[in-house]
Design a protein around this ligand. Structure first.
Ligand SMILES: Nc1nc2c(ncn2[C@@H]2O[C@H](COP(=O)(O)OP(=O)(O)O)[C@@H](O)[C@H]2O)c(=O)[nH]1
Ligand SMILES: [Mg+2]
Length: 213
């Protein structure tokens, strides 16, 4: 695992701006919460951030992310409920370019990895606004289910790394090893709670110590 470490902060610092990051995964794994945490982290590092309200599907999703964007003090680009997620994400990237902003965090609706139409929609999002990073978000508690999903999502839109959430509920999180192995891509962060600061950089040594503790 230590052969495959990704320094998110360095990547953002050195990348050509705006950096576009798309978050994918099934429903309820913590995509929206994680985006809010990352928005705060990036703001704390003096990066300017735009969030794209790309979950236009679930009722209340746009309001939910609007509250988070407000709380952490970043710009939100949103369209109507039910609109094309590729369009709002495109607008957010254009906004960031037009305003010399550093990072675009694109939310997407949760979808089952087995839903062909919704996976095609994800491919469209990534075709219209190619991401610099595609991050798969799943729960540490999901175990082997998360591994299966990581593989399927990775087949549809190649992922660059994963974030495992809710490690506060399952401190072991052995799924991290399998997900990193299956995708060949690093685990970037761990979600450790519901607060904006409950995000920890993935540290292989810390993780292995936890696992065998
Ligand atoms: N305990 C805990 N809860 C989390 C964590 N990340 C997200 N959640 C909670 O999981 C629920 C679903 O999160 P949400 O971001 O809406 O998931 P999404 O459907 O993937 O966007 C919310 O109640 C979050 O507060 C975490 O790291 N730890
Ligand atoms: Mg969400």
């Amino acid at each position: 695992m230590s052969a495959n470490v990704f320094d998110f902060d360095d990547f953002i610092r050195n990348a050509e701006k705006p950096v576009h990051i798309v978050f994918i995964g099934i429903n309820g794994t913590g995509k929206t919460t994680t985006i809010s945490k990352l928005a705060k982290r990036l703001r704390d590092m003096d990066h300017s951030v735009v969030i794209a309200a790309g979950d236009t599907f679930r009722a209340g999703a746009i309001d939910q992310i609007a509250i988070h964007a407000d709380n952490v003090g970043v710009k939100l680009i949103k369209h109507q409920d039910g609109s094309d997620p590729a369009a709002v994400i495109y607008d957010a990237v254009q906004y960031a370019k037009g305003h010399n902003m550093d990072v675009v965090l694109s939310d997407t609706a949760g979808r089952m990895h087995t839903n062909v139409n919704l996976m095609a929609q994800l491919e469209k999002v990534c075709r219209v606004s190619p991401p610099d990073l595609t991050i798969f978000v799943d729960e540490a508690v999901a175990g082997n289910d998360a591994v299966e999903r990581a593989e399927q999502f990775n087949n549809a839109v190649p992922i660059d790394g994963s974030i495992l959430t809710k490690t506060d509920a399952d401190s072991k999180g052995g799924a991290a090893i399998s997900i990193a192995y299956i995708t060949g891509k690093p685990i970037i962060f761990l979600g450790m709670g519901q607060g904006y600061d409950d995000l920890q950089k993935f540290d292989p040594k810390w993780f292995v110590d936890q696992l065998f503790d």
